[in-house]
Structures are given as C-alpha cells and as structure tokens.
Design a protein around this ligand. Structure first.
Ligand code: F6P
Length: 500
C-alpha cells in the first residue's frame, strides 16, 4: 500500500500544535492572538498549572470522595514511583500487568469472551476492541468478543445464542461490584453455563472478575486467582487502562495493550510538562471555554472520520458529561459553565444525518473533526476511498467556517461555525491511547477551569433509588397501586397501565 510521506509539522500554520505526533489545528476557532493570550492568562490565574501538578502528584483532587484521580499511574510505563498518601502504587500496578501477561500466555482454546460490564466498565474497552480490530497490522486471536451491558435481555439472548458454553470465558467487570445490570447479567451467564452442562469446576475456570471490590467478587463465586483488582483512586470512566483493558491483551496480545498504555502515558507527559500555550488538552479546553463565553454554545460534536472510531463519541459522552455535567462547583456554589451536550458518530456517515443543522441551524455547535492520515485497510481501493474521506472532512470544516451567501435564504450558510481538526498519523494502539488520554486530560482541564470536581457522579444515584419501589410494584403484578412517597401519580398510572 502506498501512503504519502508524513508532512513535517514545520509546514503547518501557527494555529497548529503537535504532541505525540498528534496534530491539533485550531485555525477555524476564529480566536485571535489577543484572545488566546487572555485565555492562557485566565487559565494561569485560576491556577490550572497547580491543578495539573496536583493531579499527577496524587493529591486528593476528588474532594467529595476524598481521593486522588490517579488513572495516569495505570499507564505509567516508566514505573517511576507514584505516591498515594506516601505509598508508591506502582508495585501493585506492575503486578497486575504481570498477571495480565501471564494470563495471555495460557489463554488457549477460548472461542468466546463475554464481557459483562456497563458504563465505564464497558465503553472504553468496547471502543478499543472495535477500533483495533480495524488495524491491519494487529493480529487478533479471533475470539468472538461479546459485550453484555444492558439489562434488556435482548442483548443477553443474542449473545447466548451464539457463544459456545464449553469454550466461553466470562469476565465480570465492575468497579463497585454492586451495579444491578452487571450483577443480573453475570448471574444469567452463570445459569446458562450450568444449564449447558458445564461442571462446577469448568464454571469456576470460566469466570473472571475485574473490580475494586475483591471481597464482593469472591462472594459472587469468582476464584481469587481469576480476580484482577483495581483501586478506588481510579474513576470508573477512567478505568480502561487498568485490568478493565484485559481483553485488549487477550485478543490482540500483551504488546498491543502496552502500546495502548504507552500512547496514553506519552500524552500524560505532554499534559504534565508542556507550557499551557503548547498543551493540546489545555488548548482544546480553552477553545471550548471561549465558545461558551462568546457564542453561548450548549452542545459540541466529535466526528471521527474513521469508522474504527465509531464508538469514540459514546465513550466521550460518559467522559465529558458524567465528569462535568454538574451545576455545583467544588466549593458547593453554582457554576457559570459546565459540560455542553456531547454527541457524534463517524464521518462521512454523520454528514448524511445531522450536518444540515450544523450548517444552517440556529445553534452554533463546535465540532472536533478527527482525521487519520493513513487508511485503515490495505485493499487496492483504500487510498482512493481515503482521499474522499479526508476531502469530505476538510470540506465540511471549511464550509462551516466560511459559510456562503446567496440570494435565496434557503441557500445561505451563515458560517463562522468553529471547529478543531485533529490529525492522527495512523490509528494503532499507541495513537488510540494518546487520543483517549488527550480527551481525558481535556476533561480534567475543563473541570478545573469550571471549578467542577470531574471525578464523582452523584447525579446517577437518585434514579437508581427510585427504580427499586417501581420494580417492586411491577413485580407485584396486577394490583392497582396508588401514589406513595416514592411513586408519584403519573408514575403510578404508568405502572398500572403496564400491569393491566
Ligand atoms: O451509574 C453510573 C456508574 O456508576 C458509572 O460511573 C460507572 O462507570 C458505571 O455505573 C458502572 O459502575 P461499576 O463499574 O461499578 O459497575
């Protein structure tokens, strides 16, 4: 396959910055030099540099839960000590890497892996498994990877219809090991193994767990040797770098998992050490902040022009909105800004869906275009298709930036619609790791600038509490229920409808 020689970063305009070979071009943000200076000055004034240093130093920046956010230690391949309350966490992290590698070596005769987990115990891994399946250079063991997240039994039924019980391994992934969907799905898979004739011993050998709650995994029946721990200083949505990423190593080899960590580690070093003016996560965060201040934006989109990254926006939604979708700041007071709504999907498909609104809708929606310079296939037609893919990506950004005037109002494109362009040199485990860490560090930066704790998620709890009495009423069957303290009149009527 012929690919064009890499362009030197020197050929890029001033609006472009490079880190870990990832290029960010902010030319279409329409932010002038004086505005950039003000943005960097404001970031310094709000002590962003101190926040970044504190995060890597293991300070308890997750104030509400009184913990650090040390997911960077999980990809610290240098093994340089990372102190948590005076104790180095790297020996424990390294031990888990060794166990993952050892498991890869004895993982034979497996046809199916059922990965049982939801939210942060699902998205990052699913994104990595899907994305790396597209990389021609990565050899796959060819196991069927099944992702069981939803409590809806449609997913369960589809998977159990296809998997071969005698050669299936189930990996239960849950930081808390108390998540209802995961617990129910795990029980259903164990029951399926039993009903398919697997012996107790076979079932024990087939079950694995990845968790920060080892006692609960043991109580569920997972053997100690099959439990891979991680720790409460890793947020669930930041956990793919832990043993949550185990299937990456099992399917694509331990070296691929290491490359994934290495890309993220390289991006961490950049984030930690680069001056704010050259710091990719910081520049991206400040551009978004600028658009919030000046244009009042309420949503932004991430559009990877790479089918392999179709899961990226779903991963990003949890990262951004669970981290920073909050109205109250670290000081308990209302915040001025918080996370916009994030959405997206792979281009060019996305162009045929909601781009009409980007070009001519009344809302201004900034876009992160993500392009990969090298095609993801070595088929003969790959280069021709790739040129069309890239030309579409560049054209959309240009059309949005400049707009177009016309006599007919229907044909007017207002323009001045901001976007970033990110170029990855190619998509492999290393650059995937770098891309994810770029966005993780951007989310942390935004949280710091908005004065939001990006590492807790209190808002997900209330609905779970209310679901319990509702479930009880549904299980109760046909008796008409009346409103109670926890079930209002609307919901009571809906329950009665369902029970009728
Ligand atoms: O309900 C939200 C959440 O707590 C997420 O933060 C988390 O990623 C997901 O549930 C799954 O949690 P666990 O890994 O503990 O099962």
């Amino acid at each position: 396959m012929s690919s064009r020689p890499m362009q030197s970063p020197d050929n890029l305009p001033n609006s472009a910055h490079t880190a870990v070979d990832v290029v960010l071009d902010t030319a279409y943000q329409n932010i002038n030099d004086a505005q950039w200076s003000d943005l960097f000055a404001a970031a310094r004034k709000s002590k962003l540099e101190e926040f970044i240093a504190d995060m890597f130093a293991g300070k308890h920046i997750n104030l509400s839960e009184d913990r650090p956010a040390l997911h960077s230690a999980l990809r610290n391949l240098s093994k340089a000590p990372v102190l948590l309350d005076g104790k180095d966490v790297m020996p424990a992290v390294t031990k888990v890497w060794q166990r993952i590698e050892a498991l890869c070596n004895k993982w034979v005769g497996v046809t199916d892996v059922i990965h049982i987990g939801i939210g942060g115990s699902d998205f990052g891994l699913r994104l990595a498994i899907e994305a790396l399946a597209h990389v021609p250079e990565i050899e796959s063991r060819g196991m069927q990877m099944h992702f069981l997240a939803n409590i809806d039994t449609a997913e369960l039924a589809r998977i159990l219809d296809r998997a071969q019980p005698n050669s299936t391994r189930a990996i239960i992934v849950s930081k808390s090991f108390t998540t209802l969907e995961t617990a129910m799905n795990a029980k259903a898979v164990v029951a399926w193994l039993k009903n398919s004739g697997c012996t107790q011993g076979q079932i024990a050998r087939s079950l694995f767990a990845v968790t920060a709650n080892v006692p609960a995994a043991k109580e569920f029946g997972v053997e100690e040797d099959n439990i891979f721990p991680f720790w409460d200083w890793v947020g669930g949505r930041y956990s793919v770098w832990s043993a949550v990423g185990l299937p990456i190593a099992l399917q694509y080899g331990f070296k691929t998992f290491e490359d994934f960590l290495a890309g993220a580690h390289a991006m961490d070093l950049h984030f930690k050490n680069a001056p704010l003016e050259q710091n990719l996560p910081v520049i991206m965060a400040l551009a978004l902040l600028h658009q919030q201040e000046k244009r009042g934006i309420k949503a932004y989109a991430a559009i990877p022009y790479a089918d392999a990254l179709d899961w990226f926006p779903k991963w990003l939604q949890q990262l951004d909105m669970e981290s920073n979708g909050k109205s109250v700041g670290r000081d308990g007071k209302p915040v001025k800004h918080s996370s916009p709504v994030v959405f997206g999907s792979a281009g060019s498909n996305a162009q045929h869906s909601y781009f009409q609104l980007f070009h001519q809708g009344p809302e201004v929606i900034p876009i992160d275009f993500i392009a990969v310079r090298k095609p993801m296939s070595d088929r003969p037609e790959a280069m021709a298709h790739h040129h069309i893919l890239l030309s579409n990506c560049l054209a959309q950004a240009q059309a949005l930036a400049h707009g177009k005037s016309a006599a007919n109002p229907n044909d007017v494109y207002p323009g001045n619609r901001p976007s970033n362009l990110l170029f990855l040199p190619e998509l492999n485990a290393f650059y995937l790791g770098a891309l994810l860490a770029l966005y993780e560090n951007r989310a942390a930066t935004l949280g710091a600038l908005w004065n939001i704790n990006s590492f807790d998620q209190p808002g997900v709890e209330y609905g779970k509490v209310l679901a319990k009495p509702i479930e009880k009423a549904l299980v109760g069957g046909s008796d008409q229920i009346s409103p109670t303290d926890s079930i209002d009149a609307v919901t009571a009527a809906r329950i009665n409808f369902l029970n009728s």
